[in-house]
Design a binder for this molecule. Structure first.
Ligand SMILES: *[C@@H]1O[C@H](CO)[C@@H](O)[C@H](O)[C@H]1NC(C)=O
Ligand SMILES: *[C@@H]1O[C@H](CO)[C@@H](O)[C@H](O)[C@H]1NC(C)=O
Ligand SMILES: *[C@@H]1O[C@H](CO)[C@@H](O)[C@H](O)[C@H]1NC(C)=O
Length: 410
C-alpha cells in the first residue's frame, strides 16, 4: 500500500515562511550538535541559530512502536519527512517501555507487543506487514531496537531526533482521567518517570547520532482520577518534579536540550516565563540558577481553531499564556527559546482545513517570532488507538484518504 503525501496550505505556508530564514534555506547539512540555548535562541555547536522545523511521529500508543511501519519502510517515511523540508522529528514514547525493560524481564518483541495489543490474528497479520516493509526486522526484534533503527535512519538523512515522553502507561493521550495527567496520578509514578527519562537520555547518547533534545512530559494537566498519590495541581509541584527530572536527564546526558512544557495541556507556560504567579505565591523559578540553564527550552501546544478573523487577539491571548517567552524582559523573568511542539488541525475538514484563520495566523506568528515548531502529525494511522485498530488519523500529514477525497470531489 502506498501512502501519498498530503500537503496542506498550512504546512506549505509555514515551510515557505520559515524557509525565508537564510539558515534553513542554506540546505541541509545538519547543523553541528550538540545544541544549546543562547538567551532566546537554540544554537548549534558553532553558536549559529538552529530553526527547529519538525513533525510529530507517534510511538507511545498501545504497541509502543513508531506508527506506520505496516504501510512503509522507515527509510521511505524518513525520506518523505526530509523532502518536505523538516529538520526534526518529535518521536513520542511511554515510560512503560522502560519499566518493562528494567522491571518486567526485558523489552518486548515485535510479535509480543503486536499480539498483546491487536490479538493473535491481527497481530500476526500486522507483524507480516511490518516485516515485509522493513525486512531488517524479525518477530523477535524489540521495541527499543526498532526505535534505534528509526534514530539511525533520521541521522542518515540529517534529521534531529527530539524524544518526547508522552505518557507513562502506553495509551492514546490525553484525557483528564487516563491516569497519566499529573505527578502522582494512577500511572504517573514520578520515580519511575525520572528513571525512564534518565535511561532513555543515556541510551540515546550512546546510540542515536542526531539526538538533539528531550521533552520531559507531554501536556501536563488536571487529573480527575482522584488517585491517593496525586500531588497538588500547582506551579510549585511542577517546579519540584520538572527541575528534578531535568537534573537527572542532564546528569545522564549533558549534551541534549531539555524541553519544559507547562500546565493546562501545555497551553500555559506564563508563570514559568514570568518566574512567579499570584496563584501560587510560594512559586519562584529562575532558570539561570540551574546547571542545565544552557539547555533549557520552553514548549507550548496550540490547537485553538476557534478564532474567526482576529489574528491580533489570538496572538495577544497566546502571549498572555507565555508565548512572549522569547521577548520577555525584567528581573526575575526567564527569557528562553520557545518551540510550538504541537499544532495542526483536522485535515479532512474541507470547510476549514486549507485556509483556516488559525493556521495562517499561527504560522505567521511563529515565523514572525522565529519560534521552532513541530506539526501534529505525520502518521496516517495507528496500529491501535482507543481500542480501534488501523485507526485513521485525520490530523495526519501522510494519508491515503485525503488524495482520494480530492480525486473524488474534483
Ligand atoms: C563555525 O563558524 C565559522 C565562522 O563562521 C566557520 O568558519 C566554520 O566553518 C563553522 N564551523 C562549523 C562546524 O559549522
Ligand atoms: C482485526 O482486523 C479486522 C480487519 O482486518 C477488523 O475488522 C477487526 O475489527 C480487527 N479485530 C479487532 C479486535 O479489532
Ligand atoms: C496500563 O493501563 C492498562 C489499562 O488501560 C492496564 O491494564 C495496564 O496494567 C497498565 N500498565 C501499567 C504498567 O500500569
Amino acid at each position: 500500500m502506498v501512502c501519498l503525501l498530503k500537503t496542506s496550505q498550512s504546512l506549505f505556508t509555514s515551510i515557505i515562511l520559515i524557509s525565508s530564514s537564510p539558515v534553513f534555506a542554506a540546505k541541509r547539512a545538519l547543523q553541528p550538535l550538540p545544541l544549546s540555548r543562547n538567551d532566546r535562541w537554540i544554537v548549534d555547536a558553532n553558536n549559529t541559530h538552529v530553526p527547529f522545523v519538525g513533525v510529530n511521529w507517534p510511538g507511545a500508543a498501545g504497541t509502543m512502536l513508531p506508527e506506520g511501519l505496516g504501510y512503509q519502510s522507515i527509510a521511505n517515511i524518513v525520506q518523505k519527512i526530509s523532502e518536505t523540508g523538516f529538520n526534526a522529528v518529535r518521536l513520542t514514547f511511554a515510560i512503560e517501555m522502560v519499566d518493562d525493560i528494567l522491571d518486567h524481564g526485558g523489552d518486548v518483541s515485535l510479535s509480543g507487543t503486536l499480539t498483546r495489543s491487536l490479538g493473535q490474528t491481527n497481530g500476526t497479520t500486522m507483524l507480516g506487514k511490518i516485516i515485509s516493509n522493513n525486512p531488517q526486522f524479525t518477530a523477535s526484534t524489540t521495541r527499543l531496537q526498532i526505535t534505534d533503527a528509526v534514530a539511525l535512519e533520521l541521522a542518515a538523512q540529517n534529521i534531529y531526533l527530539h524524544y518526547d515522553n508522552h505518557v507513562s502507561n502506553a495509551t492514546w493521550c490525553c484525557s483528564l482521567s487516563d491516569g497519566n495527567s499529573w505527578f502522582g496520578d494512577t500511572y504517573f509514578d514520578t520515580t519511575k518517570w525520572i528513571r525512564g527519562l534518565s535511561y532513555m537520555a543515556a541510551h540515546g547518547k550512546a546510540n542515536w547520532p542526531t539526538f538533539s533534545s528531550m521533552g520531559l512530559r507531554n501536556e501536563l494537566r488536571l487529573s480527575t482520577t482522584g488517585a491517593s498519590t496525586l500531588q497538588p495541581y500547582t506551579w510549585s509541584t511542577w517546579k519540584t518534579y520538572m527541575t528534578e527530572a531535568a537534573s537527572a536527564v542532564y546528569a545522564a546526558n549533558p549534551d541534549i536540550l531539555i524541553f519544559f512544557s507547562g500546565l493546562d495541556s501545555d497551553f500555559n507556560i506564563e508563570p514559568a516565563v514570568g518566574g512567579s504567579t499570584l496563584l501560587d505565591p510560594a512559586f519562584s523559578f529562575n532558570v539561570a540558577s540551574y546547571e542545565w540553564s544552557n539547555k533549557f527550552v520552553f514548549e507550548m501546544h496550540e490547537y485553538d481553531e476557534s478564532i474567526s478573523g482576529s489574528c491580533t487577539i489570538y496572538k495577544t491571548i497566546l502571549n498572555s499564556f507565555g508565548a512572549d517567552a522569547t521577548t520577555k524582559t525584567g528581573s526575575g523573568t526567564n527569557r528562553a527559546p520557545l518551540v510550538i511542539s504541537e499544532w495542526g488541525h483536522d485535515e479532512t475538514d474541507a470547510s476549514d482545513a486549507y485556509q483556516s484563520a488559525y493556521s495562517i495566523c499561527l504560522s505567521d506568528f511563529m515565523a514572525e517570532m522565529q519560534f521552532g515548531w513541530m506539526l501534529w502529525v505525520l502518521a496516517g494511522s495507528y496500529y491501535i488507538r482507543s481500542g480501534t485498530q488501523d485507526y485513521d488519523e485525520t490530523y495526519g500529514m501522510v494519508s491515503i484518504l485525503r488524495p482520494l477525497i480530492l480525486e473524488l470531489t474534483g
